[in-house]
Design a protein around this ligand. Structure first.
Ligand code: FES
Length: 565
Protein backbone atom coordinates (compact mmCIF):
# COMPACT_ATOMS: atom_id res chain seq x y z
CA UNK A 1 0.00 0.00 0.00
CA UNK A 2 1.29 3.46 -0.81
CA UNK A 3 1.01 6.26 1.70
CA UNK A 4 -0.16 9.65 0.63
CA UNK A 5 2.66 11.90 1.59
CA UNK A 6 3.49 12.45 -2.03
CA UNK A 7 0.07 11.83 -3.49
CA UNK A 8 -2.75 14.21 -3.89
CA UNK A 9 -6.22 12.86 -3.33
CA UNK A 10 -7.49 14.19 -6.63
CA UNK A 11 -5.12 12.02 -8.62
CA UNK A 12 -7.57 11.57 -11.53
CA UNK A 13 -9.99 14.49 -11.36
CA UNK A 14 -7.16 17.03 -11.32
CA UNK A 15 -6.71 16.32 -15.01
CA UNK A 16 -10.07 18.00 -15.56
CA UNK A 17 -10.08 20.52 -12.74
CA UNK A 18 -6.47 21.76 -12.64
CA UNK A 19 -5.07 21.60 -16.15
CA UNK A 20 -5.37 24.80 -18.14
CA UNK A 21 -5.97 22.78 -21.30
CA UNK A 22 -9.40 21.64 -20.03
CA UNK A 23 -11.47 24.82 -19.93
CA UNK A 24 -14.62 23.15 -21.29
CA UNK A 25 -14.62 20.51 -18.56
CA UNK A 26 -14.06 23.18 -15.93
CA UNK A 27 -16.87 25.29 -17.38
CA UNK A 28 -19.19 22.30 -17.18
CA UNK A 29 -18.23 21.62 -13.57
CA UNK A 30 -19.02 25.25 -12.70
CA UNK A 31 -22.22 24.71 -14.66
CA UNK A 32 -23.34 21.89 -12.34
CA UNK A 33 -22.82 24.18 -9.35
CA UNK A 34 -19.24 23.60 -8.19
CA UNK A 35 -17.43 26.62 -6.73
CA UNK A 36 -13.80 27.54 -7.15
CA UNK A 37 -13.15 26.12 -3.68
CA UNK A 38 -14.48 22.75 -4.89
CA UNK A 39 -12.21 22.44 -7.87
CA UNK A 40 -9.22 20.90 -6.12
CA UNK A 41 -11.33 18.47 -4.08
CA UNK A 42 -11.35 14.76 -4.90
CA UNK A 43 -14.36 13.75 -6.99
CA UNK A 44 -16.23 10.59 -6.04
CA UNK A 45 -18.63 8.88 -8.42
CA UNK A 46 -21.64 7.47 -6.60
CA UNK A 47 -23.12 4.72 -8.79
CA UNK A 48 -26.71 3.93 -7.89
CA UNK A 49 -28.78 1.16 -9.37
CA UNK A 50 -31.80 3.01 -8.00
CA UNK A 51 -34.97 2.38 -9.91
CA UNK A 52 -38.58 2.92 -8.84
CA UNK A 53 -39.83 -0.27 -10.43
CA UNK A 54 -38.81 -2.93 -7.91
CA UNK A 55 -38.37 -3.26 -4.14
CA UNK A 56 -34.69 -4.22 -4.28
CA UNK A 57 -33.74 -0.95 -5.96
CA UNK A 58 -36.57 1.49 -5.18
CA UNK A 59 -34.79 3.12 -2.22
CA UNK A 60 -31.25 3.26 -3.57
CA UNK A 61 -31.41 6.76 -5.02
CA UNK A 62 -32.52 7.92 -1.55
CA UNK A 63 -29.61 6.10 0.12
CA UNK A 64 -27.26 7.62 -2.46
CA UNK A 65 -28.24 11.08 -1.23
CA UNK A 66 -27.08 10.12 2.29
CA UNK A 67 -23.86 8.77 0.79
CA UNK A 68 -23.36 12.04 -1.06
CA UNK A 69 -23.92 14.03 2.14
CA UNK A 70 -21.22 11.97 3.85
CA UNK A 71 -18.84 12.51 0.94
CA UNK A 72 -19.42 16.29 0.92
CA UNK A 73 -19.00 16.41 4.71
CA UNK A 74 -15.51 15.00 4.21
CA UNK A 75 -14.46 17.76 1.86
CA UNK A 76 -14.92 15.84 -1.37
CA UNK A 77 -17.29 16.26 -4.30
CA UNK A 78 -19.86 13.48 -4.61
CA UNK A 79 -21.62 13.03 -7.94
CA UNK A 80 -24.47 10.53 -8.26
CA UNK A 81 -24.98 8.64 -11.48
CA UNK A 82 -27.25 5.73 -12.32
CA UNK A 83 -26.79 2.44 -14.02
CA UNK A 84 -29.49 0.03 -15.10
CA UNK A 85 -30.85 -2.64 -12.78
CA UNK A 86 -33.06 -5.63 -13.50
CA UNK A 87 -35.12 -7.43 -10.86
CA UNK A 88 -35.18 -11.17 -11.50
CA UNK A 89 -38.45 -11.47 -9.63
CA UNK A 90 -40.16 -9.36 -12.30
CA UNK A 91 -38.78 -10.84 -15.49
CA UNK A 92 -41.71 -13.20 -16.14
CA UNK A 93 -39.96 -16.33 -17.27
CA UNK A 94 -37.44 -16.57 -20.01
CA UNK A 95 -38.51 -13.63 -22.15
CA UNK A 96 -37.55 -11.10 -19.51
CA UNK A 97 -35.09 -13.28 -17.61
CA UNK A 98 -32.81 -13.39 -20.66
CA UNK A 99 -31.74 -9.88 -19.80
CA UNK A 100 -30.95 -10.53 -16.16
CA UNK A 101 -27.45 -12.05 -16.20
CA UNK A 102 -26.37 -9.86 -19.14
CA UNK A 103 -27.38 -6.87 -16.98
CA UNK A 104 -24.50 -7.74 -14.61
CA UNK A 105 -21.96 -7.05 -17.32
CA UNK A 106 -23.83 -3.95 -18.53
CA UNK A 107 -23.65 -2.59 -14.97
CA UNK A 108 -19.91 -3.35 -14.80
CA UNK A 109 -19.38 -1.69 -18.19
CA UNK A 110 -21.49 1.35 -17.19
CA UNK A 111 -19.64 1.98 -13.96
CA UNK A 112 -16.26 1.48 -15.62
CA UNK A 113 -17.26 3.83 -18.44
CA UNK A 114 -18.49 6.69 -16.25
CA UNK A 115 -15.66 6.50 -13.71
CA UNK A 116 -12.97 6.33 -16.40
CA UNK A 117 -14.55 8.89 -18.71
CA UNK A 118 -15.30 11.44 -16.01
CA UNK A 119 -11.99 11.01 -14.15
CA UNK A 120 -13.42 10.19 -10.75
CA UNK A 121 -10.90 9.60 -7.97
CA UNK A 122 -13.01 6.96 -6.26
CA UNK A 123 -16.28 5.14 -6.71
CA UNK A 124 -19.05 4.16 -4.29
CA UNK A 125 -21.66 1.73 -5.59
CA UNK A 126 -25.09 1.72 -3.94
CA UNK A 127 -26.63 -1.52 -5.10
CA UNK A 128 -29.35 -3.90 -4.04
CA UNK A 129 -30.25 -6.82 -6.29
CA UNK A 130 -28.64 -10.03 -7.53
CA UNK A 131 -26.70 -8.77 -10.54
CA UNK A 132 -26.01 -5.26 -9.32
CA UNK A 133 -23.52 -6.32 -6.71
CA UNK A 134 -21.24 -8.56 -8.80
CA UNK A 135 -21.56 -6.03 -11.64
CA UNK A 136 -20.33 -3.25 -9.36
CA UNK A 137 -17.49 -5.36 -7.96
CA UNK A 138 -16.37 -6.38 -11.45
CA UNK A 139 -16.16 -2.69 -12.36
CA UNK A 140 -14.23 -1.93 -9.18
CA UNK A 141 -11.79 -4.73 -9.98
CA UNK A 142 -11.17 -3.20 -13.40
CA UNK A 143 -10.63 0.31 -12.00
CA UNK A 144 -7.45 1.17 -10.16
CA UNK A 145 -8.99 3.52 -7.66
CA UNK A 146 -10.54 3.33 -4.21
CA UNK A 147 -13.99 1.76 -4.19
CA UNK A 148 -16.68 0.81 -1.68
CA UNK A 149 -19.92 -1.09 -2.07
CA UNK A 150 -22.98 -0.13 -0.04
CA UNK A 151 -25.67 -2.82 0.03
CA UNK A 152 -29.23 -1.54 -0.13
CA UNK A 153 -30.23 -4.06 2.53
CA UNK A 154 -32.52 -7.02 2.87
CA UNK A 155 -36.30 -6.73 2.90
CA UNK A 156 -38.43 -7.27 5.99
CA UNK A 157 -40.71 -10.30 6.02
CA UNK A 158 -44.27 -10.11 4.81
CA UNK A 159 -47.07 -11.61 6.91
CA UNK A 160 -50.36 -13.29 6.07
CA UNK A 161 -52.59 -15.24 8.44
CA UNK A 162 -49.80 -15.67 10.98
CA UNK A 163 -47.25 -16.87 8.43
CA UNK A 164 -44.03 -15.11 7.51
CA UNK A 165 -43.68 -14.62 3.78
CA UNK A 166 -41.13 -13.61 1.18
CA UNK A 167 -40.89 -13.58 -2.59
CA UNK A 168 -40.52 -17.36 -2.78
CA UNK A 169 -43.86 -17.71 -0.97
CA UNK A 170 -45.49 -16.00 -3.93
CA UNK A 171 -43.86 -18.39 -6.43
CA UNK A 172 -44.69 -21.44 -4.34
CA UNK A 173 -48.31 -20.32 -4.07
CA UNK A 174 -48.55 -20.93 -7.83
CA UNK A 175 -47.49 -24.56 -7.39
CA UNK A 176 -50.06 -24.93 -4.61
CA UNK A 177 -52.69 -23.49 -6.93
CA UNK A 178 -51.84 -26.08 -9.62
CA UNK A 179 -52.06 -28.82 -6.99
CA UNK A 180 -55.35 -27.43 -5.65
CA UNK A 181 -53.76 -26.82 -2.26
CA UNK A 182 -54.66 -23.16 -1.82
CA UNK A 183 -57.89 -21.16 -2.01
CA UNK A 184 -58.23 -18.24 -4.42
CA UNK A 185 -58.49 -15.89 -1.44
CA UNK A 186 -55.27 -17.18 0.13
CA UNK A 187 -53.48 -17.19 -3.24
CA UNK A 188 -54.29 -13.50 -3.56
CA UNK A 189 -53.51 -12.88 0.12
CA UNK A 190 -50.02 -14.36 -0.23
CA UNK A 191 -49.30 -12.29 -3.34
CA UNK A 192 -50.53 -9.07 -1.77
CA UNK A 193 -48.58 -9.53 1.46
CA UNK A 194 -45.27 -11.15 0.50
CA UNK A 195 -43.42 -7.89 -0.11
CA UNK A 196 -43.91 -5.22 2.58
CA UNK A 197 -41.63 -2.56 1.05
CA UNK A 198 -38.05 -1.79 0.09
CA UNK A 199 -35.23 -4.30 0.22
CA UNK A 200 -33.72 -7.30 -1.50
CA UNK A 201 -35.36 -10.73 -1.36
CA UNK A 202 -35.17 -11.80 2.25
CA UNK A 203 -33.70 -15.32 2.45
CA UNK A 204 -30.11 -16.34 1.82
CA UNK A 205 -30.86 -15.91 -1.85
CA UNK A 206 -28.49 -14.40 -4.38
CA UNK A 207 -28.65 -10.76 -3.22
CA UNK A 208 -28.02 -11.55 0.44
CA UNK A 209 -25.42 -14.17 -0.53
CA UNK A 210 -23.48 -11.63 -2.56
CA UNK A 211 -23.85 -8.88 0.05
CA UNK A 212 -22.62 -11.09 2.90
CA UNK A 213 -19.72 -12.51 0.91
CA UNK A 214 -18.65 -9.13 -0.53
CA UNK A 215 -18.56 -7.83 3.04
CA UNK A 216 -16.39 -10.85 3.89
CA UNK A 217 -14.16 -10.00 0.92
CA UNK A 218 -13.64 -6.58 2.50
CA UNK A 219 -15.34 -4.28 -0.01
CA UNK A 220 -18.16 -3.00 2.18
CA UNK A 221 -18.25 -1.79 5.76
CA UNK A 222 -18.82 -4.38 8.51
CA UNK A 223 -22.60 -4.90 8.99
CA UNK A 224 -23.44 -3.61 5.49
CA UNK A 225 -25.09 -6.92 4.61
CA UNK A 226 -26.86 -7.23 7.97
CA UNK A 227 -28.87 -4.00 8.18
CA UNK A 228 -32.28 -4.40 6.58
CA UNK A 229 -33.11 -1.76 3.96
CA UNK A 230 -35.46 0.09 6.30
CA UNK A 231 -33.28 -0.17 9.43
CA UNK A 232 -31.84 3.11 10.72
CA UNK A 233 -28.39 1.49 10.68
CA UNK A 234 -28.54 1.48 6.88
CA UNK A 235 -28.79 5.28 6.74
CA UNK A 236 -26.00 5.60 9.30
CA UNK A 237 -23.81 3.32 7.20
CA UNK A 238 -24.45 5.52 4.15
CA UNK A 239 -23.43 8.64 6.04
CA UNK A 240 -20.20 6.96 7.24
CA UNK A 241 -19.09 6.05 3.74
CA UNK A 242 -17.64 9.50 3.04
CA UNK A 243 -15.13 9.18 5.89
CA UNK A 244 -14.27 5.64 4.79
CA UNK A 245 -13.66 6.81 1.23
CA UNK A 246 -11.46 9.68 2.42
CA UNK A 247 -9.32 7.23 4.34
CA UNK A 248 -9.02 4.95 1.31
CA UNK A 249 -7.87 7.89 -0.81
CA UNK A 250 -5.32 8.84 1.83
CA UNK A 251 -4.05 5.26 1.95
CA UNK A 252 -4.38 4.88 -1.84
CA UNK A 253 -5.93 1.51 -1.08
CA UNK A 254 -7.64 0.10 -4.17
CA UNK A 255 -9.66 -3.08 -4.87
CA UNK A 256 -6.57 -4.62 -6.47
CA UNK A 257 -5.13 -4.90 -2.95
CA UNK A 258 -8.41 -6.01 -1.40
CA UNK A 259 -9.53 -8.59 -3.97
CA UNK A 260 -6.93 -11.32 -3.60
CA UNK A 261 -6.92 -15.07 -3.74
CA UNK A 262 -7.32 -15.17 0.04
CA UNK A 263 -10.15 -12.63 0.17
CA UNK A 264 -11.98 -14.53 -2.59
CA UNK A 265 -11.65 -17.62 -0.42
CA UNK A 266 -13.08 -15.67 2.53
CA UNK A 267 -16.05 -14.66 0.39
CA UNK A 268 -16.63 -18.24 -0.77
CA UNK A 269 -16.27 -19.56 2.78
CA UNK A 270 -19.10 -17.28 3.89
CA UNK A 271 -21.19 -18.42 0.90
CA UNK A 272 -20.71 -22.05 1.97
CA UNK A 273 -21.21 -21.51 5.70
CA UNK A 274 -24.45 -19.61 5.11
CA UNK A 275 -25.84 -21.97 2.47
CA UNK A 276 -25.77 -19.20 -0.15
CA UNK A 277 -26.86 -19.14 -3.75
CA UNK A 278 -25.26 -21.22 -6.51
CA UNK A 279 -25.13 -18.00 -8.51
CA UNK A 280 -22.19 -17.01 -6.32
CA UNK A 281 -20.05 -19.48 -8.29
CA UNK A 282 -20.69 -17.60 -11.54
CA UNK A 283 -20.15 -14.22 -9.95
CA UNK A 284 -16.95 -15.05 -8.09
CA UNK A 285 -15.46 -16.68 -11.19
CA UNK A 286 -16.24 -13.42 -13.00
CA UNK A 287 -14.98 -11.14 -10.20
CA UNK A 288 -11.73 -13.13 -10.02
CA UNK A 289 -11.26 -12.80 -13.77
CA UNK A 290 -11.90 -9.06 -13.59
CA UNK A 291 -9.21 -8.85 -10.90
CA UNK A 292 -6.82 -11.05 -12.89
CA UNK A 293 -6.79 -13.81 -10.26
CA UNK A 294 -6.96 -17.45 -11.40
CA UNK A 295 -10.03 -19.12 -9.85
CA UNK A 296 -11.71 -22.29 -11.10
CA UNK A 297 -14.73 -24.40 -10.27
CA UNK A 298 -12.36 -26.85 -8.59
CA UNK A 299 -11.08 -24.08 -6.31
CA UNK A 300 -14.69 -23.41 -5.32
CA UNK A 301 -15.16 -27.12 -4.60
CA UNK A 302 -12.06 -27.03 -2.38
CA UNK A 303 -13.62 -24.25 -0.27
CA UNK A 304 -16.86 -26.21 -0.13
CA UNK A 305 -15.00 -29.33 1.01
CA UNK A 306 -13.50 -27.58 4.01
CA UNK A 307 -16.47 -25.42 5.04
CA UNK A 308 -19.39 -26.84 7.01
CA UNK A 309 -22.86 -25.54 6.20
CA UNK A 310 -24.09 -24.07 9.48
CA UNK A 311 -26.89 -21.58 8.83
CA UNK A 312 -30.58 -22.38 9.21
CA UNK A 313 -31.59 -19.79 6.64
CA UNK A 314 -34.08 -19.83 3.83
CA UNK A 315 -34.42 -21.25 1.21
CA UNK A 316 -33.64 -24.62 2.83
CA UNK A 317 -33.94 -23.44 6.44
CA UNK A 318 -36.23 -21.40 8.69
CA UNK A 319 -34.79 -17.93 9.14
CA UNK A 320 -34.42 -14.76 7.09
CA UNK A 321 -31.53 -12.36 6.63
CA UNK A 322 -33.35 -9.82 8.84
CA UNK A 323 -32.90 -12.28 11.73
CA UNK A 324 -29.11 -12.23 11.39
CA UNK A 325 -28.69 -8.70 12.74
CA UNK A 326 -30.09 -9.67 16.14
CA UNK A 327 -27.44 -12.36 16.65
CA UNK A 328 -24.51 -10.08 15.81
CA UNK A 329 -24.75 -9.83 12.05
CA UNK A 330 -22.33 -11.19 9.49
CA UNK A 331 -19.35 -9.87 11.53
CA UNK A 332 -20.27 -12.21 14.43
CA UNK A 333 -20.51 -15.16 12.04
CA UNK A 334 -17.18 -14.25 10.44
CA UNK A 335 -15.59 -13.85 13.86
CA UNK A 336 -16.66 -17.39 14.74
CA UNK A 337 -15.37 -18.77 11.43
CA UNK A 338 -12.10 -16.88 11.91
CA UNK A 339 -11.67 -18.28 15.42
CA UNK A 340 -12.18 -21.75 13.94
CA UNK A 341 -9.45 -21.17 11.34
CA UNK A 342 -11.77 -20.92 8.34
CA UNK A 343 -11.22 -17.24 7.49
CA UNK A 344 -7.96 -15.57 6.47
CA UNK A 345 -7.45 -12.71 8.94
CA UNK A 346 -4.66 -10.88 7.14
CA UNK A 347 -6.69 -9.60 4.16
CA UNK A 348 -7.03 -5.84 3.82
CA UNK A 349 -10.50 -4.27 3.80
CA UNK A 350 -12.02 -0.91 2.97
CA UNK A 351 -11.78 0.14 6.61
CA UNK A 352 -8.02 0.30 6.01
CA UNK A 353 -7.68 -2.49 8.56
CA UNK A 354 -7.35 -6.22 8.13
CA UNK A 355 -10.22 -8.67 8.47
CA UNK A 356 -8.83 -9.76 11.85
CA UNK A 357 -8.64 -6.16 13.09
CA UNK A 358 -12.24 -5.52 12.02
CA UNK A 359 -13.42 -8.74 13.66
CA UNK A 360 -11.75 -7.85 16.96
CA UNK A 361 -14.54 -5.25 17.33
CA UNK A 362 -17.34 -7.63 16.28
CA UNK A 363 -19.83 -9.18 18.72
CA UNK A 364 -19.60 -12.87 19.60
CA UNK A 365 -22.14 -15.45 18.50
CA UNK A 366 -23.98 -16.84 21.49
CA UNK A 367 -24.78 -20.51 20.98
CA UNK A 368 -26.87 -20.53 24.17
CA UNK A 369 -29.41 -18.02 22.95
CA UNK A 370 -29.54 -18.28 19.16
CA UNK A 371 -30.27 -21.25 16.92
CA UNK A 372 -29.80 -19.72 13.47
CA UNK A 373 -26.09 -20.51 13.24
CA UNK A 374 -25.05 -24.01 14.29
CA UNK A 375 -21.67 -24.75 15.88
CA UNK A 376 -19.08 -26.37 13.64
CA UNK A 377 -19.24 -29.39 15.94
CA UNK A 378 -22.88 -29.90 14.98
CA UNK A 379 -23.29 -28.53 11.44
CA UNK A 380 -26.31 -28.94 9.19
CA UNK A 381 -23.90 -30.55 6.73
CA UNK A 382 -20.23 -31.29 7.34
CA UNK A 383 -19.13 -29.69 4.08
CA UNK A 384 -20.49 -26.98 1.80
CA UNK A 385 -23.82 -27.32 0.03
CA UNK A 386 -22.43 -26.18 -3.33
CA UNK A 387 -21.00 -29.15 -5.18
CA UNK A 388 -19.24 -29.05 -8.53
CA UNK A 389 -20.37 -31.99 -10.65
CA UNK A 390 -18.75 -33.61 -13.65
CA UNK A 391 -19.55 -36.74 -15.67
CA UNK A 392 -20.57 -37.53 -19.23
CA UNK A 393 -23.50 -35.08 -18.95
CA UNK A 394 -21.28 -32.23 -17.77
CA UNK A 395 -17.74 -32.73 -19.09
CA UNK A 396 -16.62 -29.20 -18.18
CA UNK A 397 -18.62 -28.87 -14.98
CA UNK A 398 -22.00 -28.19 -13.43
CA UNK A 399 -23.11 -26.74 -10.12
CA UNK A 400 -25.44 -28.45 -7.67
CA UNK A 401 -26.90 -27.29 -4.42
CA UNK A 402 -26.93 -30.23 -2.02
CA UNK A 403 -27.95 -29.35 1.51
CA UNK A 404 -28.30 -33.01 2.46
CA UNK A 405 -32.01 -32.59 3.21
CA UNK A 406 -32.93 -33.79 -0.27
CA UNK A 407 -30.67 -36.85 -0.14
CA UNK A 408 -27.35 -37.50 -1.84
CA UNK A 409 -28.33 -39.59 -4.85
CA UNK A 410 -31.13 -39.44 -7.36
CA UNK A 411 -31.71 -41.77 -10.27
CA UNK A 412 -34.60 -41.37 -12.65
CA UNK A 413 -35.81 -41.11 -16.21
CA UNK A 414 -35.46 -37.96 -18.24
CA UNK A 415 -38.40 -35.69 -18.97
CA UNK A 416 -37.28 -33.10 -21.49
CA UNK A 417 -38.31 -29.45 -21.47
CA UNK A 418 -36.87 -27.72 -24.51
CA UNK A 419 -37.84 -24.42 -22.93
CA UNK A 420 -38.29 -23.36 -19.31
CA UNK A 421 -41.92 -22.40 -19.80
CA UNK A 422 -42.86 -25.98 -20.76
CA UNK A 423 -42.47 -27.23 -17.20
CA UNK A 424 -45.26 -25.00 -15.92
CA UNK A 425 -47.57 -26.38 -18.59
CA UNK A 426 -46.49 -29.97 -17.87
CA UNK A 427 -47.03 -29.46 -14.14
CA UNK A 428 -50.50 -28.06 -14.67
CA UNK A 429 -51.33 -31.13 -16.81
CA UNK A 430 -49.83 -33.55 -14.24
CA UNK A 431 -47.22 -34.81 -16.73
CA UNK A 432 -44.30 -34.48 -14.31
CA UNK A 433 -44.31 -37.48 -12.05
CA UNK A 434 -42.36 -38.88 -9.13
CA UNK A 435 -39.00 -40.26 -10.26
CA UNK A 436 -38.54 -37.91 -13.22
CA UNK A 437 -35.29 -36.09 -13.85
CA UNK A 438 -36.63 -32.98 -15.55
CA UNK A 439 -34.10 -31.70 -18.10
CA UNK A 440 -34.56 -28.01 -18.93
CA UNK A 441 -32.21 -27.22 -21.81
CA UNK A 442 -31.54 -24.39 -24.23
CA UNK A 443 -31.32 -22.18 -21.16
CA UNK A 444 -27.55 -21.55 -21.16
CA UNK A 445 -25.79 -18.22 -21.61
CA UNK A 446 -25.87 -18.49 -25.42
CA UNK A 447 -28.88 -20.72 -25.93
CA UNK A 448 -31.29 -18.99 -23.54
CA UNK A 449 -29.79 -16.60 -24.21
CA UNK A 450 -28.86 -15.10 -20.88
CA UNK A 451 -28.84 -18.26 -18.76
CA UNK A 452 -32.27 -18.05 -17.24
CA UNK A 453 -32.90 -18.56 -13.58
CA UNK A 454 -35.35 -21.34 -12.76
CA UNK A 455 -37.08 -19.81 -9.78
CA UNK A 456 -40.54 -20.14 -11.26
CA UNK A 457 -40.20 -23.81 -12.29
CA UNK A 458 -38.52 -24.93 -9.09
CA UNK A 459 -40.91 -23.04 -6.84
CA UNK A 460 -43.84 -24.43 -8.79
CA UNK A 461 -42.41 -27.95 -8.37
CA UNK A 462 -42.10 -27.43 -4.61
CA UNK A 463 -45.55 -25.91 -4.41
CA UNK A 464 -46.96 -28.91 -6.27
CA UNK A 465 -45.52 -31.18 -3.59
CA UNK A 466 -42.93 -32.75 -5.93
CA UNK A 467 -39.86 -31.08 -4.41
CA UNK A 468 -38.40 -34.26 -2.94
CA UNK A 469 -39.80 -36.59 -5.60
CA UNK A 470 -38.15 -35.33 -8.76
CA UNK A 471 -34.78 -33.87 -9.76
CA UNK A 472 -34.18 -30.97 -12.10
CA UNK A 473 -31.11 -30.43 -14.24
CA UNK A 474 -30.38 -27.58 -16.64
CA UNK A 475 -27.81 -25.57 -18.53
CA UNK A 476 -29.54 -22.53 -17.04
CA UNK A 477 -29.24 -21.25 -13.48
CA UNK A 478 -31.17 -21.60 -10.29
CA UNK A 479 -32.35 -18.74 -8.20
CA UNK A 480 -30.83 -18.40 -4.76
CA UNK A 481 -34.37 -19.12 -3.59
CA UNK A 482 -34.27 -22.63 -5.02
CA UNK A 483 -34.20 -25.77 -2.94
CA UNK A 484 -34.69 -29.43 -3.84
CA UNK A 485 -32.54 -31.81 -5.91
CA UNK A 486 -31.25 -29.47 -8.60
CA UNK A 487 -28.18 -29.28 -10.83
CA UNK A 488 -27.56 -26.21 -12.98
CA UNK A 489 -24.80 -24.46 -14.94
CA UNK A 490 -24.29 -27.65 -16.99
CA UNK A 491 -21.45 -27.14 -19.46
CA UNK A 492 -20.99 -27.30 -22.36
CA UNK A 493 -24.48 -25.91 -22.80
CA UNK A 494 -26.99 -27.35 -25.26
CA UNK A 495 -26.44 -24.50 -27.76
CA UNK A 496 -22.79 -25.57 -28.05
CA UNK A 497 -23.70 -29.24 -28.51
CA UNK A 498 -23.03 -30.30 -24.94
CA UNK A 499 -24.32 -33.74 -23.94
CA UNK A 500 -27.39 -32.13 -22.34
CA UNK A 501 -28.54 -31.42 -25.93
CA UNK A 502 -28.45 -35.15 -26.69
CA UNK A 503 -30.65 -36.49 -23.86
CA UNK A 504 -33.93 -38.11 -24.93
CA UNK A 505 -37.17 -38.58 -23.00
CA UNK A 506 -36.91 -41.73 -20.87
CA UNK A 507 -33.08 -41.88 -20.72
CA UNK A 508 -31.81 -42.98 -17.32
CA UNK A 509 -29.86 -40.30 -15.44
CA UNK A 510 -27.97 -40.55 -12.15
CA UNK A 511 -27.07 -37.59 -9.98
CA UNK A 512 -24.61 -38.70 -7.34
CA UNK A 513 -23.56 -36.03 -4.88
CA UNK A 514 -21.11 -38.31 -3.10
CA UNK A 515 -19.02 -38.91 -6.24
CA UNK A 516 -20.09 -35.56 -7.75
CA UNK A 517 -21.10 -37.30 -10.97
CA UNK A 518 -23.89 -36.49 -13.39
CA UNK A 519 -24.28 -39.55 -15.58
CA UNK A 520 -26.41 -40.19 -18.66
CA UNK A 521 -26.68 -43.96 -18.96
CA UNK A 522 -26.00 -44.44 -22.65
CA UNK A 523 -22.91 -45.89 -24.29
CA UNK A 524 -20.15 -43.73 -25.71
CA UNK A 525 -21.13 -45.03 -29.15
CA UNK A 526 -24.73 -43.90 -28.70
CA UNK A 527 -23.54 -40.54 -27.46
CA UNK A 528 -21.31 -40.16 -30.54
CA UNK A 529 -24.16 -41.17 -32.88
CA UNK A 530 -26.50 -38.65 -31.29
CA UNK A 531 -23.81 -35.97 -31.47
CA UNK A 532 -23.22 -36.66 -35.17
CA UNK A 533 -26.93 -36.14 -35.83
CA UNK A 534 -27.13 -32.95 -33.76
CA UNK A 535 -27.57 -29.66 -35.58
CA UNK A 536 -26.67 -26.43 -33.83
CA UNK A 537 -29.71 -24.20 -33.45
CA UNK A 538 -29.61 -20.74 -34.96
CA UNK A 539 -28.90 -18.03 -32.38
CA UNK A 540 -32.17 -16.59 -31.17
CA UNK A 541 -30.82 -13.04 -31.48
CA UNK A 542 -28.21 -11.58 -33.78
CA UNK A 543 -28.61 -7.91 -32.87
CA UNK A 544 -29.04 -5.78 -29.79
CA UNK A 545 -27.90 -6.60 -26.28
CA UNK A 546 -28.62 -10.31 -26.60
CA UNK A 547 -27.01 -10.59 -30.03
CA UNK A 548 -23.84 -9.07 -28.59
CA UNK A 549 -24.13 -11.30 -25.54
CA UNK A 550 -24.36 -14.52 -27.58
CA UNK A 551 -21.26 -13.53 -29.55
CA UNK A 552 -19.19 -12.66 -26.49
CA UNK A 553 -20.27 -14.66 -23.47
CA UNK A 554 -18.05 -17.39 -22.04
CA UNK A 555 -19.43 -20.56 -20.50
CA UNK A 556 -20.87 -20.80 -17.01
CA UNK A 557 -17.72 -22.62 -15.93
CA UNK A 558 -15.86 -19.44 -16.89
CA UNK A 559 -18.22 -17.09 -15.06
CA UNK A 560 -20.17 -16.01 -18.16
CA UNK A 561 -17.78 -13.12 -18.61
CA UNK A 562 -18.15 -11.04 -21.76
CA UNK A 563 -14.90 -9.12 -21.91
CA UNK A 564 -12.40 -11.86 -22.76
CA UNK A 565 -11.50 -13.53 -26.04
FE1 FES B 1 -33.92 -8.20 -6.47
FE2 FES B 1 -34.53 -10.59 -5.39
S1 FES B 1 -35.25 -9.75 -7.28
S2 FES B 1 -33.13 -9.10 -4.69
Amino acid sequence: MNTTETQSLNKYSRTLTQEVTNPAAQAMLYGIGLKESDMAKPQIGIASTGYEGNPCNMHLNGLSVYVKQGVQANDMVGLIFNTIGVSDGMTNGNDGMRYSLPSRDLIADSIESVVQAQWYDGVIAVVGCDKNMPGAIMAMARLERPAIMVYGGTIRSGHYKGQKLDIVSAFEALGKKFAGNISDEDFKGVIQNSIPGAGACGGMYTANTMAASIEAMGLSLPFSSSYPATHEGKQDECRKIGAAMKKLLELNLTPKEIITRKSLENALTVVMALGGSTNATLHYLAIARAAGIPLTLDDIQAVSDRTPFIADLKPSGKYYMEDILAIGGVPAIMKYLYAQGLIHGDCLTITGKTVAENLAEAPDLDFETQNIIFPLTNPIKASGHIQIMYGNLAPTGAVAKITGKEGLRFEGHAKICEHESEIIDMLSKGEIKEGHVVVIRNAGPKGGPGMSEMLKPTSAVIGAGLGDKIALITDGRFSGGTHGFVVGHITPEAFDGGPIALVKDGDLITIDATTRQLILHISDEDMATRKAAWIQPKPMFTKGVLGKYIRNVKSASEGCVTDEN
